[in-house]
Design a protein. Sequence first.
Length: 178
Amino acid sequence: MAGARQGARAEAVADREIVVSRVIDAPRDLVFEAFTEVRHLGRWWGPAGFTTTTRSFDFREGGVWDFVLHGPDGTDYQEWITWTEIVPPERIALVHGESRDDPNAFESLLTFTSEGAGAGTRIVMRTVFPSRELRDEAVEKYHAVEGGQQTLDNLAAYVAESVRQDREVRGSREKEGH
């Protein structure tokens, strides 16, 4: 019966959903951490060419991330996220809109799965919009699929650089210890 309910739910949201996925060459704990600390998020969040300014950040269930996404053309996008579920290092559920009262806010579920004996992580971002029209607008006007993929590309590059730097630091320490 649970399988039937899940199948019905998937059909019910299919026309309102965007799914973006990517394998990142880093351990799941590290990829998850990149989503949990503002010092990380501010360095990779958003599509190519965008930057982020955080006003407030409280990563906990019920907590809020209030920020501005700055587009490469100079346009500022007011953004607001509240975390609705956090299960380290497996998943994060959130509501994302322009503000707390945004009637067009959408829900996202991010899942983190270890791949390749834990050396890599598959991240899947499932976003469900309140209506098919809002999903279509996000896809056509805001290029949400490409933007989601670019955001995950930015994450992958950021995490790869973090892993490289960590390895260099550990290598230097090991050499000093010999």
